[in-house]
Design a protein around this ligand. Structure first.
Ligand code: FPP
Length: 234
Protein backbone atom coordinates (compact mmCIF):
# COMPACT_ATOMS: atom_id res chain seq x y z
CA UNK A 1 0.00 0.00 0.00
CA UNK A 2 2.71 2.45 1.07
CA UNK A 3 4.55 1.73 -2.19
CA UNK A 4 1.58 2.88 -4.27
CA UNK A 5 2.19 6.32 -2.85
CA UNK A 6 5.58 6.64 -4.45
CA UNK A 7 5.59 7.71 -8.10
CA UNK A 8 6.78 4.91 -10.39
CA UNK A 9 7.61 7.35 -13.13
CA UNK A 10 8.84 10.92 -12.71
CA UNK A 11 9.15 13.14 -15.78
CA UNK A 12 11.04 16.44 -15.61
CA UNK A 13 11.11 19.53 -17.81
CA UNK A 14 14.53 20.88 -16.89
CA UNK A 15 13.95 24.56 -17.56
CA UNK A 16 15.84 27.76 -16.72
CA UNK A 17 19.50 26.98 -17.46
CA UNK A 18 20.02 30.19 -19.41
CA UNK A 19 18.19 32.45 -16.97
CA UNK A 20 20.20 30.96 -14.12
CA UNK A 21 23.45 31.69 -15.98
CA UNK A 22 22.33 35.19 -16.92
CA UNK A 23 21.39 36.12 -13.36
CA UNK A 24 24.77 34.93 -12.14
CA UNK A 25 26.59 36.80 -14.91
CA UNK A 26 27.87 33.55 -16.46
CA UNK A 27 27.87 32.60 -20.15
CA UNK A 28 24.90 30.48 -21.33
CA UNK A 29 27.04 27.36 -21.64
CA UNK A 30 27.71 27.45 -17.88
CA UNK A 31 23.98 27.11 -17.31
CA UNK A 32 23.80 23.96 -19.44
CA UNK A 33 26.97 22.56 -17.87
CA UNK A 34 25.58 23.02 -14.37
CA UNK A 35 22.24 21.62 -15.61
CA UNK A 36 23.97 18.47 -16.80
CA UNK A 37 25.69 18.05 -13.40
CA UNK A 38 22.37 18.39 -11.63
CA UNK A 39 20.88 15.82 -14.00
CA UNK A 40 23.65 13.34 -13.16
CA UNK A 41 22.96 13.66 -9.46
CA UNK A 42 19.17 13.42 -10.05
CA UNK A 43 19.55 10.13 -11.96
CA UNK A 44 21.63 8.59 -9.18
CA UNK A 45 19.26 9.77 -6.48
CA UNK A 46 16.12 8.50 -8.25
CA UNK A 47 17.77 5.12 -8.68
CA UNK A 48 18.70 5.08 -5.00
CA UNK A 49 15.09 5.90 -4.07
CA UNK A 50 13.79 2.95 -6.12
CA UNK A 51 12.00 5.10 -8.71
CA UNK A 52 11.34 2.85 -11.74
CA UNK A 53 11.35 5.46 -14.51
CA UNK A 54 12.89 8.90 -14.88
CA UNK A 55 12.29 10.84 -18.10
CA UNK A 56 13.88 14.22 -18.74
CA UNK A 57 13.45 16.77 -21.52
CA UNK A 58 16.93 17.72 -22.71
CA UNK A 59 16.44 18.95 -26.28
CA UNK A 60 13.20 19.60 -28.13
CA UNK A 61 12.63 19.66 -31.87
CA UNK A 62 12.05 23.43 -31.40
CA UNK A 63 15.49 23.88 -29.81
CA UNK A 64 17.11 23.78 -33.29
CA UNK A 65 16.04 27.45 -33.51
CA UNK A 66 18.68 28.42 -30.93
CA UNK A 67 22.05 29.84 -32.00
CA UNK A 68 24.56 27.51 -33.61
CA UNK A 69 26.87 28.16 -30.68
CA UNK A 70 24.33 27.08 -28.09
CA UNK A 71 23.23 24.01 -30.07
CA UNK A 72 26.91 23.09 -30.37
CA UNK A 73 27.34 23.36 -26.59
CA UNK A 74 24.34 21.12 -25.91
CA UNK A 75 25.49 18.52 -28.50
CA UNK A 76 28.99 18.41 -26.99
CA UNK A 77 27.54 18.08 -23.50
CA UNK A 78 25.16 15.35 -24.65
CA UNK A 79 27.99 13.40 -26.24
CA UNK A 80 30.13 13.72 -23.14
CA UNK A 81 27.29 12.71 -20.85
CA UNK A 82 26.34 9.74 -23.01
CA UNK A 83 29.75 8.31 -22.09
CA UNK A 84 29.14 9.22 -18.47
CA UNK A 85 25.64 7.70 -18.47
CA UNK A 86 27.04 4.46 -19.88
CA UNK A 87 29.63 4.42 -17.09
CA UNK A 88 27.10 5.20 -14.35
CA UNK A 89 24.61 2.71 -15.76
CA UNK A 90 27.17 -0.05 -15.60
CA UNK A 91 27.86 0.70 -11.95
CA UNK A 92 24.29 1.33 -10.93
CA UNK A 93 22.32 -1.09 -13.11
CA UNK A 94 20.48 1.71 -14.96
CA UNK A 95 18.80 1.12 -18.33
CA UNK A 96 18.94 3.98 -20.81
CA UNK A 97 16.71 5.02 -23.69
CA UNK A 98 16.72 8.10 -25.93
CA UNK A 99 13.25 9.39 -26.82
CA UNK A 100 13.21 11.38 -30.04
CA UNK A 101 14.30 11.50 -33.63
CA UNK A 102 17.75 9.95 -33.30
CA UNK A 103 18.15 9.60 -37.07
CA UNK A 104 18.65 13.38 -37.44
CA UNK A 105 21.46 13.55 -34.87
CA UNK A 106 25.19 13.73 -35.72
CA UNK A 107 26.81 10.39 -36.62
CA UNK A 108 29.07 10.31 -33.54
CA UNK A 109 26.10 10.72 -31.22
CA UNK A 110 24.14 8.01 -33.03
CA UNK A 111 27.03 5.62 -32.56
CA UNK A 112 27.19 6.38 -28.85
CA UNK A 113 23.45 5.86 -28.49
CA UNK A 114 23.76 2.46 -30.18
CA UNK A 115 26.60 1.55 -27.82
CA UNK A 116 24.55 2.70 -24.86
CA UNK A 117 21.63 0.43 -25.86
CA UNK A 118 23.94 -2.50 -26.28
CA UNK A 119 25.56 -1.98 -22.89
CA UNK A 120 22.50 -1.24 -20.77
CA UNK A 121 19.60 -3.19 -22.25
CA UNK A 122 19.77 -6.00 -19.69
CA UNK A 123 19.98 -3.70 -16.67
CA UNK A 124 17.12 -3.92 -14.20
CA UNK A 125 17.39 -0.74 -12.09
CA UNK A 126 16.09 2.71 -12.97
CA UNK A 127 14.87 3.18 -16.54
CA UNK A 128 16.34 6.52 -17.52
CA UNK A 129 14.84 8.14 -20.62
CA UNK A 130 16.42 11.21 -22.09
CA UNK A 131 14.17 13.08 -24.52
CA UNK A 132 16.54 14.51 -27.11
CA UNK A 133 15.38 15.96 -30.43
CA UNK A 134 11.95 15.14 -29.05
CA UNK A 135 8.56 16.62 -29.93
CA UNK A 136 5.35 15.12 -28.60
CA UNK A 137 3.15 15.82 -31.62
CA UNK A 138 5.89 14.58 -33.92
CA UNK A 139 5.98 11.37 -31.86
CA UNK A 140 2.22 10.89 -32.35
CA UNK A 141 2.49 11.57 -36.11
CA UNK A 142 5.25 8.95 -36.38
CA UNK A 143 3.16 6.42 -34.44
CA UNK A 144 0.14 7.14 -36.67
CA UNK A 145 2.20 6.49 -39.80
CA UNK A 146 3.49 3.17 -38.43
CA UNK A 147 -0.01 2.04 -37.51
CA UNK A 148 -1.43 3.15 -40.87
CA UNK A 149 1.33 1.17 -42.62
CA UNK A 150 0.40 -1.91 -40.55
CA UNK A 151 -3.22 -1.49 -41.67
CA UNK A 152 -2.13 -1.18 -45.31
CA UNK A 153 0.03 -4.28 -44.93
CA UNK A 154 -3.01 -6.03 -43.45
CA UNK A 155 -1.14 -6.80 -40.21
CA UNK A 156 -3.99 -5.20 -38.24
CA UNK A 157 -7.52 -4.02 -38.95
CA UNK A 158 -8.75 -0.48 -38.30
CA UNK A 159 -11.13 -1.76 -35.62
CA UNK A 160 -8.13 -3.34 -33.83
CA UNK A 161 -6.60 0.08 -33.11
CA UNK A 162 -6.72 0.73 -29.37
CA UNK A 163 -5.04 3.09 -26.91
CA UNK A 164 -2.55 0.32 -26.18
CA UNK A 165 -1.63 0.03 -29.84
CA UNK A 166 -0.95 3.76 -29.96
CA UNK A 167 1.10 3.61 -26.71
CA UNK A 168 3.11 0.72 -28.11
CA UNK A 169 4.11 2.73 -31.15
CA UNK A 170 5.45 5.71 -29.20
CA UNK A 171 9.11 6.15 -28.16
CA UNK A 172 8.03 5.04 -24.67
CA UNK A 173 6.65 1.65 -25.86
CA UNK A 174 6.51 -0.94 -23.13
CA UNK A 175 6.92 1.61 -20.33
CA UNK A 176 4.52 2.94 -17.70
CA UNK A 177 3.17 6.48 -18.11
CA UNK A 178 4.52 9.27 -15.86
CA UNK A 179 2.77 9.61 -12.49
CA UNK A 180 4.34 12.96 -11.78
CA UNK A 181 5.60 15.74 -14.05
CA UNK A 182 7.90 18.38 -12.60
CA UNK A 183 8.78 21.63 -14.38
CA UNK A 184 11.34 24.03 -12.99
CA UNK A 185 11.77 27.78 -13.58
CA UNK A 186 8.24 28.94 -12.78
CA UNK A 187 6.85 28.42 -16.31
CA UNK A 188 3.40 26.79 -16.33
CA UNK A 189 3.46 24.99 -19.67
CA UNK A 190 3.93 21.47 -21.02
CA UNK A 191 5.78 22.52 -24.19
CA UNK A 192 5.00 19.43 -26.28
CA UNK A 193 6.50 17.05 -23.69
CA UNK A 194 4.87 13.58 -23.66
CA UNK A 195 1.36 14.88 -24.51
CA UNK A 196 -0.09 11.35 -24.89
CA UNK A 197 1.67 9.84 -21.86
CA UNK A 198 0.78 12.52 -19.29
CA UNK A 199 -3.00 12.33 -19.70
CA UNK A 200 -3.42 11.22 -16.05
CA UNK A 201 -0.24 12.63 -14.46
CA UNK A 202 0.04 14.92 -11.46
CA UNK A 203 1.93 18.19 -12.00
CA UNK A 204 4.38 20.09 -9.87
CA UNK A 205 5.72 23.47 -10.98
CA UNK A 206 8.75 24.73 -9.09
CA UNK A 207 9.82 28.33 -8.78
CA UNK A 208 13.52 27.65 -9.17
CA UNK A 209 15.84 27.19 -12.11
CA UNK A 210 16.99 23.69 -13.12
CA UNK A 211 20.62 24.29 -12.02
CA UNK A 212 19.26 24.97 -8.50
CA UNK A 213 17.31 21.70 -8.33
CA UNK A 214 18.50 19.35 -5.54
CA UNK A 215 17.83 15.88 -4.16
CA UNK A 216 15.69 17.56 -1.47
CA UNK A 217 13.40 18.72 -4.29
CA UNK A 218 12.94 15.08 -5.30
CA UNK A 219 12.14 14.09 -1.72
CA UNK A 220 9.69 16.94 -1.55
CA UNK A 221 8.11 16.04 -4.91
CA UNK A 222 7.60 12.46 -3.73
CA UNK A 223 5.98 13.80 -0.54
CA UNK A 224 3.66 16.12 -2.47
CA UNK A 225 2.68 13.25 -4.75
CA UNK A 226 2.04 10.90 -1.81
CA UNK A 227 -0.13 13.48 -0.05
CA UNK A 228 -2.25 14.06 -3.13
CA UNK A 229 -2.79 10.32 -3.41
CA UNK A 230 -3.62 9.94 0.25
CA UNK A 231 -6.29 12.62 -0.15
CA UNK A 232 -7.64 10.98 -3.31
CA UNK A 233 -8.02 7.68 -1.46
CA UNK A 234 -10.24 9.26 1.22
C1 FPP B 1 16.27 24.46 -20.51
O1 FPP B 1 16.79 25.67 -20.09
C2 FPP B 1 17.30 23.54 -20.84
C3 FPP B 1 17.56 23.05 -22.08
C4 FPP B 1 16.86 23.40 -23.32
C5 FPP B 1 18.64 22.11 -22.27
C6 FPP B 1 18.70 21.05 -21.23
C7 FPP B 1 20.06 20.67 -21.12
C8 FPP B 1 20.67 20.26 -20.00
C9 FPP B 1 20.04 20.02 -18.70
C10 FPP B 1 22.08 20.05 -20.05
C11 FPP B 1 22.45 19.17 -21.14
C12 FPP B 1 22.53 17.85 -20.65
C13 FPP B 1 22.54 16.84 -21.47
C14 FPP B 1 22.96 15.55 -20.95
C15 FPP B 1 22.17 17.01 -22.87
P1 FPP B 1 16.75 26.87 -21.11
O2 FPP B 1 18.02 26.83 -21.88
O3 FPP B 1 15.50 26.79 -21.90
O4 FPP B 1 16.77 28.09 -20.14
P2 FPP B 1 15.82 29.36 -20.17
O5 FPP B 1 14.42 28.84 -20.00
O6 FPP B 1 16.30 30.13 -18.99
O7 FPP B 1 16.06 30.04 -21.47
Amino acid sequence: MENNLIPNHIAIIMDGNRRWAKEKGYPTQMGHKKGAEVLESTIKYCNEKGIKYLTVYAFSTENWRRTEDEIGTIMILFEKYLDKFIEISDLENIKLRVLGNVEELPEKIKEKIAKMYEKTQNNTGLNFNIAFNYGGRDEIVKATKKIAQNVLDKKIKIEDITEDIISNNLYTYGQEDPDLVIRTSGELRISNFLPWQIAYSEFLFLDKYWPEFTNDDIDNAIKVYSNRHRRKGK
